[in-house]
Design a protein around this ligand. Sequence first.
Ligand code: PMP
Ligand code: GLN
Length: 382
Amino acid sequence: MLASKLPNVGTTIFTRMSQLAADVGALNLSQGFPDFDGPQALREAVARNVMEGRNQYSPMTGLPALRQQVSAKLLRCYGVQRDADSEITITPGATEAIFCAVQAVIRPGDEAIVLDPCYDSYEPSVELAGGRCVHVPLALPDFAVDWQRLADAIGPRTRAIFLNSPHNPSGALLSRTDLDKLAGLIRDREIYLISDEVYEHLIYDGVQHASVLAHEELYARAFVVSSFGKTYHVTGWKTGYVVAPPALSAELRKIHQYVNFCGVTPMQHGLAEYMAAHPEHVEELPAFYQVKRDLFCDLLAGSRFRFKRTPGTYFQLADYSAIRPDLDDVAMAEWLTREHGVAAIPVSVFYQSAPRDMRLVRFCFAKREQTLREAAEKLSAV
Ligand code: PMP
Ligand code: GLN
């Protein structure tokens, strides 16, 4: 019998809840993905590239035209000059980028700090590299970094810290002040940052994203990860990128070239063409999703769920303690799916040890207006 290298890993909550939603015919507001398509011109560009025969391997680091478009976007959005050849790598999804960054920096015995609740791929990636995650809970109710706890968690074996802003599942944002505090904490240490910024363009109420890319001191030790899947409503295309200083990019690429070698070619052609023709897409994204957030929240205002509008991502947390305080959040998510026809994600699964009285579920509002209306109607009847 093969002894598992990941004995604590089972089927992810995203697979389980999407499957349950399909089985019982519930509206699926669980796993994060849009129920609408990406821009037509983008899909046509990919289809055309497939038909015109751009179907063989792309360069290992990614199509030059797409890396240049990413570089141009970073200059426009964050005012930084990141070199398309030596600092930007296209990957088959942000997940692969995170995995490769972890393999590049974590050695057996190293520790990586994660801020709970955290995305589910971080810890297995660290364990496969022979490392161990040290879990530091974010401070409730706003999921803010507890700087004292983070400082206390940094030890002689700490080799990496994961950041995720905007944060899945809470939507919380790191500010420039937060980044400055972090810089102060790790200034004298060889500690790398894996900054998961896949929701970089999903920020509301006029707030600007404080990217690690725009913080020179932190960037010098960072892998900054993003996902075209989120930004262009095409999560199934599994295409992302990672930006890191040349020496870090070189190490990441050594791993990427043996995990996947390259990203999917026609997707990269289509994305490069679309980004060149539609630079406004990313600027329009906050307003596009803010309308959905506000519609969903307005419709839920009369329900028994309690919530604060999310500042970022396409997830809205909701407290259900006025409805079924007797149920833990996994049971609540299943009950909502089976009995009320709306699937959600429990929040405790993103923790090593969640607060026992936590009564939060996550809804994804990357949905058509009609889906949001139907879901809100069902949830208001709960
Ligand atoms: N990080 C976070 C926080 C996410 O929510 C996701 C989306 N599933 C990813 C990484 C992975 O993105 P991708 O689908 O591009 O691999
Ligand atoms: N990021 C998505 C979410 O948080 C899920 C992606 C996945 O299923 N791995 O819902």
